[in-house]
Design a protein around this ligand. Structure first.
Ligand SMILES: *[C@@H]1O[C@H](CO)[C@@H](O)[C@H](O)[C@H]1NC(C)=O
Ligand SMILES: *[C@@H]1O[C@H](CO)[C@@H](O)[C@H](O)[C@H]1NC(C)=O
Ligand SMILES: *[C@@H]1O[C@H](CO)[C@@H](O)[C@H](O)[C@H]1NC(C)=O
Ligand SMILES: *[C@@H]1O[C@H](CO)[C@@H](O)[C@H](O)[C@H]1NC(C)=O
Ligand SMILES: *[C@@H]1O[C@H](CO)[C@@H](O)[C@H](O)[C@H]1NC(C)=O
Ligand SMILES: *[C@@H]1O[C@H](CO)[C@@H](O)[C@H](O)[C@H]1NC(C)=O
Ligand SMILES: *[C@@H]1O[C@H](CO)[C@@H](O)[C@H](O)[C@H]1NC(C)=O
Ligand SMILES: *[C@@H]1O[C@H](CO)[C@@H](O)[C@H](O)[C@H]1NC(C)=O
Length: 481
């Protein structure tokens, strides 16, 4: 089931649904309107780490028909951004990027992968900071920089999660951020933000934020400074509150940030079923002065049971009750007003890099970064070769052909992506759920199945295995290995 995508004739004009966003001070901003953007995102990595397989030639954004199916459901949910963890720069992502673009969704792209040599080894970063690693990293940038809906690149995910990693990894993560930003400055026709996605380990969280957001006093154009800072936070569990969840400490800690801060993952699943009451707080006056929204973990269900839908091997989708619970929470938020609020025009001056910015014992205080590994300067100067590329293509058919069932077993009919007007980002209500018909082959259940998980939900517990393995991986995928 492949999409027939007519390639764009040379010079033809193509409507792009989204405007490339910019970072201005601590906000994501639509440069045409001056409106501040709140991320309403979902993590998108069907199959977990196995969803990326260069040997077999697929990744989460390589199959247009599947992206069409998922983009239609995300439109109905109310999503305006996806985060994708593991991608192959040499695959063609044009159909998927074009579908998400037309559906009004931005893409947050992690440059790393769990495969050997495709991420920094947090236990010995100097062994993996090589020109081969950087070449692949720049290749991801090349593969995605042409799409207007590429929102940002994550230079690292949860590399720092305790005192030991806080001692050896920050300088390398900041160096990779520097290298990607230098590559973009040299080769991209627009600036694309680059930053780090942190584990919510409070003992090193604010030190990490300061280490990455600070600016070198002697170099006002210091390209190693992060453009954004994000955190994977599972501290709101069940029907919690601003103070019980510790969100109040996050707001207090990040107040005065010089760059956008947001949740790159949230959605604790103990107790189950999830009630997603954090949504009302994330998009409230308690959080929004400091936070720019968040990304729910995650779209496709894996063994860790964080999914909003089950995807079968034949591509059939069973919507889980959490999907409708989350949709209902979004529907209570006035996104029309929120997304039309002007950005704060007063930029915050970043703190000057100094050992005074960090508190945790042993956390890196050296702001002199590792130099480029041999051979990397030439790649930055000449560009990756051969050059991966990407372009928005015409999608001729927006109809979803996979079977999609509701939790009660009814089948959704007339399911399709609704291409949005030029410049529009998706919002709840743009694509109202299609009608459903009853079916005898119901495999779903209206009642929520008991979640059998290992008591996940505290960041410090969840991320520990990644450190033990010395791996840099998207959160829970580690636990599947
Ligand atoms: C650099 O990346 C490109 C794109 O993935 C790849 O084709 C090429 O082999 C890489 N070169 C090196 C030296 O690793
Ligand atoms: C470091 O400690 C001081 C004093 O308690 C506090 O004001 C500051 O916010 C802390 N900084 C970080 C990055 O935690
Ligand atoms: C910083 O960048 C600006 C704009 O590109 C340039 O005018 C200025 O000379 C640069 N400053 C330094 C110290 O390199
Ligand atoms: C704009 O940012 C400044 C600097 O952080 C802050 O003092 C001010 O309260 C902000 N204004 C609004 C309306 O959020
Ligand atoms: C700081 O890091 C740089 C780059 O790795 C290194 O050359 C320098 O010796 C370090 N300085 C200290 C005081 O450790
Ligand atoms: C879906 O099926 C219809 C009818 O068989 C077909 O015309 C259309 O091209 C298909 N769409 C996709 C995206 O495969
Ligand atoms: C099944 O669930 C869907 C989605 O919640 C709902 O719209 C529909 O009315 C339900 N149908 C039946 C027969 O219960
Ligand atoms: C979804 O998948 C999980 C794990 O495979 C399974 O336990 C559950 O029954 C499935 N739910 C539905 C509605 O298909």
């Amino acid at each position: 089931m492949r999409l027939s995508a007519a390639l764009l004739a040379f010079g033809a004009k193509l409507a792009a649904a989204v405007i490339s966003l910019e970072v201005q001070g601590s906000d994501f901003v639509n440069p045409n309107t001056g409106d501040r953007f709140q991320v309403v995102g979902v993590a998108y990595q069907p199959g977990g780490s196995a969803g990326y397989n260069p040997a077999l030639g697929f990744d989460p954004l390589s199959d247009g028909a599947k992206c069409l199916r998922d983009a239609a459901l995300m439109q109905i949910l109310g999503i305006n951004a996806i985060r994708v963890y593991n991608l192959d720069p040499d695959l063609n992502h044009d159909e998927c990027a074009s579908i998400f673009n037309a559906a009004g969704m931005y893409m947050m792209i992690d440059v790393n992968s769990p495969l050997v040599g495709q991420a920094l080894d947090g236990s010995a970063p100097w062994t993996t900071y090589t020109s081969t690693y950087l070449n692949r990293t720049f290749a991801i940038v090349e593969a995605f920089r042409h799409y207007p809906n590429t929102l940002l690149f994550f230079s690292g995910n949860e590399v720092i999660s305790d005192a030991a990693s806080g001692k050896i990894d920050p300088a390398y993560v900041r160096a990779v951020t520097r290298d990607i930003k230098n590559y973009i400055a040299k080769h991209s026709d627009r600036t694309i933000p680059v930053g780090y996605s942190a584990a919510d380990v409070r003992s090193v969280l604010f030190d990490s934020w300061n280490y990455f957001q600070c600016s070198d006093a002697s170099d006002p154009n210091d390209t190693s400074r992060a453009d954004i800072f994000a955190l994977n936070s599972y501290s709101w569990c069940g029907d919690s509150s601003f103070t019980t969840s510790g969100y109040n400490d996050l707001v207090a800690g990040f107040t005065g940030t010089s760059i956008p801060v947001f949740f790159s993952e949230y959605g604790c699943n103990v107790p189950a079923p999830r009630v997603f009451t954090e949504v009302g707080t994330i998009y409230s006056s308690e959080m929004m002065p400091v936070f720019s929204g968040g990304v729910v973990y995650e779209y496709a269900n894996e063994v860790s049971d964080f999914g909003l839908v089950n995807i079968s091997s034949d591509g059939t989708v069973d919507i889980l009750q959490d999907f409708y619970t989350l949709q209902n929470q979004y529907s209570k938020v006035d996104f029309t007003t929120i997304q039309a609020t002007k950005a704060n025009s007063s930029a915050v001056t970043p703190p000057v890099c100094s050992s005074k910015l960090v508190n945790a014992t042993g956390f890196e205080t050296n702001f002199t970064l590792p130099s480029l590994p041999p051979g990397a300067a030439e790649i930055i100067s000449k560009g990756v070769s051969p050059l991966p590329s990407g372009k928005i293509v015409t999608i001729s058919d927006w109809t979803v052909n996979y079977t999609v069932r509701n939790p009660n077993g009814t089948v959704l009919t007339n399911l399709a992506v609704k291409p949005l007007a030029n410049d529009a980002a998706n919002m709840p209500g743009t694509n109202t759920a299609s009608s459903s018909t009853t079916t005898t082959s119901s495999s779903g259940s209206a009642t929520t199945t008991a979640k059998k998980n290992a008591g996940l939900g505290r960041a410090d517990l969840v991320w520990a295995p990644a450190v033990a393995l010395g791996a840099v991986m998207p959160c829970l995928f580690t636990m599947l290995l």
